[in-house]
Design a protein around this ligand. Structure first.
Ligand SMILES: C[S@@+](CC[C@H](N)C(=O)[O-])C[C@H]1O[C@@H](n2cnc3c(N)ncnc32)[C@H](O)[C@@H]1O
Length: 215
């Protein structure tokens, strides 16, 4: 098998590492009907794993959509965790609310806010959270990332999903504003003395930055 094909086969194999349950399959269909993109299976498994570190108690999510990623985060988080989910689309928020109600782990652990992340984030408590997931469009990506670092406690985890915008970030000829914003945020987090980072090929790319606790 040529190296490129083998690499793709490994990526696909890793994506299917954790089989999805019926609840997620239904939520995926609701997302398709609404026209909201969903995180990949591998991305959801990674979110559950990252939330299990600590485990996370305070979680903020930008772009909760129909609630797949929020549910994945709560499956790994502490029993008394609270997820503050922000989404500008009220239809998506209604579906997320239903999903959280059908998921025993997520019941009563979510605070959903319908609104623009640029307006909601500044109102949240500095150093009050263990994990921030940025799963929304990239119109204000640098602002979201800086707000994320402000919200995190030391050793908190910042996760940006769809960090490779499909496969567009890796193509030098692609220079549209969305791709440029993702390249810029990758560089700024990598160069930020407060963080250690890793860019993973999971799903459509996941950038993970941990806010260092040592000075
Ligand atoms: C890729 S979808 C998120 C999917 C979601 N994580 C899930 O698991 O279902 C992106 C979501 O971000 C929301 N969004 C986009 N820009 C936003 C903004 N500025 N503030 C809040 N939400 C935003 C969209 O309404 C959409 O639901």
């Amino acid at each position: 098998m040529p190296a490129q094909n083998a690499k793709h086969a490994s990526w696909a194999y890793a994506e299917e590492h954790l089989p999805e349950d019926e609840l997620f399959a239904e939520a995926r269909q609701a997302a398709v009907d609404l026209g909201v993109p969903s995180p990949s299976e591998g991305t959801l498994a990674l979110l559950t794993t990252l939330a299990a570190i600590g485990p996370a108690r305070g979680i903020v999510e930008i772009g909760t959509g129909v609630g797949l990623s929020g549910t994945a985060l709560l499956r790994g988080a502490a029993k008394d965790a609270v997820l503050t989910g922000i989404d500008a689309d009220s239809d998506a928020v209604s579906i997320a609310r239903r999903l959280f109600r059908s998921e025993p782990i997520a019941a009563a652990k979510t605070r959903l806010i319908t609104g623009k992340a640029t307006e909601v984030l500044p109102r949240l408590t500095t150093a009050g959270y263990d994990l921030v997931h940025i799963g929304a469009g990239v119109d204000e990506m640098e602002f979201y990332a800086q707000q994320g670092l402000r919200l995190l406690k030391p050793a908190g985890i910042l996760v940006i999903s769809d960090a490779l915008a499909g496969d567009r970030v890796v193509k030098p000829a692609v220079r549209d504003p969305e791709v440029q914003a993702l390249r810029a945020v990758e560089r700024s987090l990598r160069e930020d003395q407060r963080t250690v980072t890793s860019l993973l090929p999971t799903g459509t790319g996941v950038l993970v930055a941990v806010k260092q606790s040592r000075q």
